[in-house]
Design a protein around this ligand. Structure first.
Ligand code: DQA
Length: 145
């Protein structure tokens, strides 16, 4: 049995479905969790699915994934654009890392065009709404055993 794929979500994603639905869609974070679980299970894999509004909590989970995960999907949300500390934590992870965004940040405000997380990510999936997560889980599963 392989180790789980960690699927981590950053700040404000607990409000998915009600927060700017015209940008992020109407699916809730629970819908996203179910989608990720279904995709992982179809691929014979398991996930650990967590969300936090707190940078330090996300860093603790990234460090946990180093030891207990096989790969990571991370939607860093706003922290992607600001957090050197999250980048540093990810750089210490010797696992495939798939950066994931519901929207396509490259097509939005200029400050969203750069994410620190991309410097540590194996690849990025963005712009497909909740399906970005399922595609990211699939990519993470394909990159790990
Ligand atoms: C986001 C894009 C970020 O720019 C934004 O700060 C978010 C969500 C996305 O999933 O599209 O909170 O990561």
């Amino acid at each position: 049995m392989s180790k789980p794929i960690y699927v981590l979500s950053g700040p404000n994603l607990n409000l998915l479905g009600v927060r700017e639905p015209e940008i992020y869609g109407k699916d809730t974070l629970e819908d996203v969790r179910l989608l990720c679980e279904a995709r992982a299970s179809a691929l014979g894999r398991t996930i650990v699915f967590r969300q936090s509004n707190h940078e330090g909590q996300l860093i603790d989970w990234i460090q946990e994934a180093r030891e207990h995960g096989s790969a990571m999907v991370i939607n860093p949300a706003g922290y992607g654009h600001t957090s050197v500390a999250i980048l540093d934590a990810l750089k210490a992870v010797d696992l495939p890392i798939v950066e994931c965004h519901l929207s396509n940040p490259a097509a939005r405000e200029s400050f969203r065009r750069h994410t620190y997380v991309s410097l540590a990510a194996t690849g990025v999936v963005s712009g497909f709404g909740a399906a970005s997560y399922a595609l990211a889980v699939e990519a993470a599963a394909g990159l790990s055993a």
